[in-house]
Each structure stands twice: as structure tokens, then as C-alpha cells.
Write a protein that binds this ligand. Structure first.
Ligand SMILES: OC[C@H]1O[C@](O)(CO)[C@@H](O)[C@@H]1O
Length: 541
């Protein structure tokens, strides 16, 4: 399809502003048949474009992967470190904490405030705007000579962008990808985060031998390439049909759906999709947007769900994953390993590969089982890790015990496997399925905001705590993971395969979470006697 048909902003055809009566007469059997006849080949182009959107996750992960290496690089420490009592330069905990931690705060602000640009100007423009901020932030960092706060300010600017991308990208993919491959493409976002972490580790491993500022400037310069890749992707990506319908740009929406599904804009399937989108928007508009007060008083059990979301999102950080992702290089240097950068690369690789298991397991075994197994696995790993670190590692007069160090790397890999294959994506999955439309955006913002906030607290304080109590720190996370297990068992509902209305019904019927897996939603006949929440167009709150 020609570029001119890809609906860049401004090329709208405003005369058609609603889905007309004629459009509504669609043979759904015919369109279903059409979908069945489609093969993987038909989806290659749109899948590639969605992957470019998911690449927003890559820039997030790449930051995590590189900063953990930077703070251990000789040139970086020489320029941005403090002078110790012996005249040697070192990175103080406060500098490391601020450099890493404030990035998370900026992400929260970007995610909650700046991401609104996606609703006003469209998803494509929103992502391009975020990339402009990203490039500015990288330029500030790369030009720093010896001012540690310049790096920190640059990272705050980058954080605004990463937060914005983290909200717009998954939403854009969800709205634009063909149904048959939607679930997988949405998961690509988390996959790209882990790929970014891995590539970030690889880049710092590759450049740390250089004895000058190229050590950290080359990995930073690569960010311009990542931003360019995303912007080029956005030039070819059709705008979200959901955004276009909301703006009453129906003709453009038709072209967008047609392009994603490789068919003519006049195809009945396109009309069917348009109707579904319109119905979704109508339902949301009918429900309206809840006030903050309704998050407490809303029914059924909205307050309970809001608290559940905040706790679950917080616990995801409190499992301690970012203790490893941000500090792996530092930690394994302390273990006495020849090359702690190499260890980080191994962890990054395990993290990336395990995300594929997450995508499969969450649908196969359900949300609760995944979270429970993940918590149990991480609990055991952290106990072994902390015990080895605090008891066995330095048993020979301060000389590090290599076998114990190696065993620690092994359990860390196992820990990362359990985290990445369960809690990493599982938590977002539960959150996205748990709220009625009316309270959804506010409840999600609260949950994600607490996730970023804990991300900040952990990344800011870890450096101090590691200095003070070293591997005993692991027991703090062990305790939090135990809480996460108990919390999941008693408070998380199984939402696999349920519509948002059925989830409301689940809460309205006060089903016990540990029995929710075997709960069967009411059939149409049972509706008359049920609480009524499972009725598709019911107003919920
Ligand atoms: O892959 C690990 C990364 O994924 C996240 O949990 C986001 O989903 C980050 O907090 C972490 O750095």
C-alpha cells in the first residue's frame, strides 16, 4: 500500500464523522470466515510495525542495562565520582542513588502527565515527541565533562520520555494490532524491555576496555540510533484506529484498519472492526470517568481492587528484581569475580529468554498460579543467595570464596528466571484485567505510579544499604517475597479468560480469591437472577 494511504497527521477526510447505518449492516459470519482464511504471512508487515512501537520498551531496558555498567567504569568514576580519603575517586552512594533513582521519578511524571499527548495529538505524534525529549536528555548526558549533576539532569529528561513511551506504546499496540496476534504483540513490549537490558549489558561489556570517555559515550551515542529507529517506524505505522474514531476521522480509521489487516478499506471486515471500536468508545463514554472519590465508594468492590492493584504493583518492585538489574555489576564485583560485566550479560540473557516463558505460561496456567509459583521460586532463591553471600562468601579472612560466588550467580540466574517468567509480565496482565472501564485509567495510574515510586526508593536506597549490610540485604527482599506469596493467595482473583464485566460479577458475588480459578461466569439465563454486572452494557459504578 502506498505511503500516501498511511494517514499521517493532517491527511484526514473530515466529511465522514460517524459510522453510518449502511456501515452497520455487516455479516459477522463472513468476516469471521475471512479472518480464518488469513495466514501468518498476512500479518508480517503490521507485526513488524508493532514491533517498532514495542521498541519503546527497548529504550527503557537499555537505560537500565547501561547505567549499572557506567557507575562501575573507570573513566565515568574519574569524571563524576568523589575524592575519597585516600585521594582515589569513587562513586558515593548518594550520587549513584540520585543518578539511578531520579530517573524512576521522572518516568512516573512522564507516564502520568506527558503521556496525555498521545490522547490529544495521537499515538504516533506522542511517541515521536517522546523521542525528541529522549534525544535531548541523551545529548545533555553525553556532553557532560565532569559534572555528576549534568548526568543526573540528563537522566531526568530521558526519564520523562521513557515514562511517556511506557504508557503510549503498549496502548498503541493493543489498539492497532490484528486480533489474531494482539496478545503476543502486546507482550512484545516487556520482551523489548528485557532485550534492551541485555543489549545494554552487552554494550557496556564491549566498551569497558576503552580507557577514555568512549567507555560510556559510545553506549550513550547508540541511543540516537534507537530513537531514530523508533521515529522511522512511526512514519510507516498507521495511526491507532481507536484514536481516529474518537476524533471522528472515520475514513482515516477505515484505512488504518484496512492497512493493518491487508485488505480494502471497503471490506466488510473493516466495518465490523469499526463497529466494535465505536461500541467500546460508546460504552466508555456511557460509563464516564469516575471521580477520585468513586475509587473509594465505587461498586462492586472498587476500593478493594484499587488497593489490590497498588499492593500488587508495589510488590512487583519489592521482589527485588531491580536490585539485580541495577546493581548486578556492582554486586558481582564484590563477589570477587574477574569480570562482573560478564555476569550481568548472563543475567540479561536469562531475563530475556524467560520472558518467552511468561508469555506462554500466563495463558496456559492462569495468573494466580504463575504469581504463586514465581513468588515461591524467588523466595527460595533469595534465601540461598543471601545466606551464601553473608555466611559463606567471606569465610577465609576477607578473601572471597569463589565456589560460593559461583553458586550465588547460579541462584541469581534462577531467581531472574522465576521473576521474568511470572511476575514481570503477570502483574501488568492482572492489572489490565481487574478494573471496570469507568475507574480504569485512575486505578491503573495509581498502581503504576506506586510501581515507579518503589522503583525509585529501591534504586535510591540500595547503594547505601549494600554498603552498610551487604548481602544481609537479600533477607529484606526474602521477607517481601513471602508477603507477595501470601498476598497473592488471599487477594488476587483469577481473571484469565474473563471479560471486564465478568470480573465485576466475580467481585460482586464475593467469590473467594483462592476459589476464583474454578468460578464459572453466569450464562445468559442466569443473568436474570445474578447481580447483573456480567451484562455487557451495564453501567458499573
Ligand atoms: O525485566 C526487568 C524490568 O522489567 C520491569 O519489571 C518492568 O516490567 C522493570 O522494573 C525491570 O527493570
Amino acid at each position: 500500500m502506498a505511503r500516501s494511504e498511511t494517514l499521517p497527521a493532517g491527511e484526514q477526510t473530515p466529511e465522514v464523522t460517524s459510522i453510518s447505518e449502511k456501515d452497520i449492516k455487516v455479516d459477522f459470519n463472513e468476516t469471521a470466515q475471512q479472518l480464518e482464511n488469513k495466514t501468518f504471512k498476512d500479518y508480517i508487515l503490521i507485526s513488524c510495525l508493532c514491533f517498532m512501537v514495542a521498541f519503546g520498551g527497548f529504550v527503557f531496558g537499555y537505560d537500565t542495562g547501561t547505567i549499572s555498567g557506567f557507575v562501575n567504569m573507570t573513566d565515568f568514576i574519574d569524571r563524576f565520582g568523589e575524592v575519597g580519603p585516600d585521594g582515589e575517586k569513587f562513586m558515593s552512594s548518594i550520587r549513584v542513588g540520585l543518578m539511578i533513582g531520579l530517573f524512576n521519578v521522572a518516568c512516573a511524571i512522564g507516564g502520568i502527565v506527558l503521556s496525555k499527548i498521545g490522547d490529544i495529538k495521537g499515538r504516533r505524534i506522542g511517541l515521536m515527541f517522546a523521542m525528541a525529549i529522549y534525544v535531548a536528555g541523551i545529548a545533555v548526558q553525553i556532553s557532560a565533562q565532569d559534572k555528576w549533576y549534568q548526568i543526573t539532569i540528563g537522566r531526568i529528561i530521558t526519564g520523562f520520555s521513557v515514562g511517556t513511551v511506557s504508557v503510549i506504546s503498549p496502548m498503541f499496540i493493543g489498539e492497532s494490532s490484528p486480533k489474531a496476534v494482539r496478545g503476543t504483540l502486546v507482550c512484545c513490549f516487556q520482551l523489548c524491555i528485557t532485550l534492551g537490558i541485555f543489549i545494554g549489558y552487552c554494550c557496556t561489556y564491549g566498551t569497558k576496555q576503552l580507557n577514555n570517555s568512549l567507555q560510556w559515550r559510545i553506549p550513550l551515542a547508540l541511543c540516537f540510533l534507537w530513537a531514530g529507529f523508533l521515529v522511522v517506524g512511526m512514519m510507516f505505522m498507521p495511526e491507532s484506529p481507536r484514536f481516529l474514531v474518537e476524533k471522528k476521522r472515520i475514513e482515516d480509521a477505515k484505512k488504518s484498519i484496512a492497512r493493518s489487516n491487508k485488505m480494502s478499506p471497503e471490506d466488510p471486515f473493516v466495518y465490523a472492526e469499526l463497529q466494535l471500536i465505536q461500541a467500546g468508545i460508546d460504552r466508555e463514554q456511557m460509563a464516564g470517568s469516575a471521580t477520585w472519590g468513586e475509587l473509594i465508594t465505587g461498586k462492586p468492590a472498587v476500593f478493594r481492587r484499587v488497593i489490590m492493584g497498588i499492593c500488587l504493583a508495589s510488590l512487583q518492585q519489592l521482589t527485588g528484581n531491580n536490585y539485580f538489574f541495577y546493581f548486578a555489576t556492582t554486586i558481582f564485583k564484590a563477589v570477587g569475580l574477574q569480570d562482573s560485566f560478564q555476569t550481568s550479560m548472563i543475567l540479561g540473557c536469562v531475563n530475556f529468554l524467560s520472558t518467552f516463558v511468561n508469555i506462554w505460561a500466563i495463558e496456559r496456567f492462569g495468573r494466580r498460579l504463575c504469581l504463586l509459583v514465581g513468588a515461591a521460586g524467588m523466595f527460595v532463591c533469595f534465601i540461598i543467595y543471601s545466606t551464601l553471600g553473608s555466611v559463606a562468601l567471606y569465610q577465609y579472612d576477607g578473601e572471597s570464596n569463589l565456589p560460593a560466588g559461583r553458586a550465588m550467580i547460579f541462584v541469581t540466574c534462577l531467581y531472574i528466571f522465576f521473576f521474568a517468567s511470572t511476575w514481570a509480565g503477570g502483574v501488568y496482565c492482572v492489572l489490565s484485567e481487574s478494573y471496570p472501564l469507568r475507574v480504569r485509567s485512575k486505578a491503573m495510574a495509581l498502581a503504576l505510579g506506586s510501581n515507579w515510586l518503589w522503583g525509585f526508593l529501591i534504586s535510591f536506597t540500595s547503594s547505601f544499604i549494600i554498603n552498610a549490610i551487604n548481602f544481609y540485604y537479600g533477607y529484606v527482599f526474602t521477607g517481601c517475597i513471602a508477603v507477595a506469596f501470601v498476598f497473592t493467595y488471599f487477594f488476587i482473583m483469577e481473571t484469565k479468560g474473563l471479560s471486564l464485566e465478568e470480573v465485576d460479577e466475580l467481585y460482586a458475588q464475593k467469590i473467594l480469591p483462592w476459589k476464583s480459578g474454578s468460578w464459572v461466569p453466569p450464562t445468559a439465563e442466569e443473568m436474570a437472577t445474578s447481580t447483573g454486572y456480567a451484562k455487557p452494557s451495564q453501567e458499573h459504578v
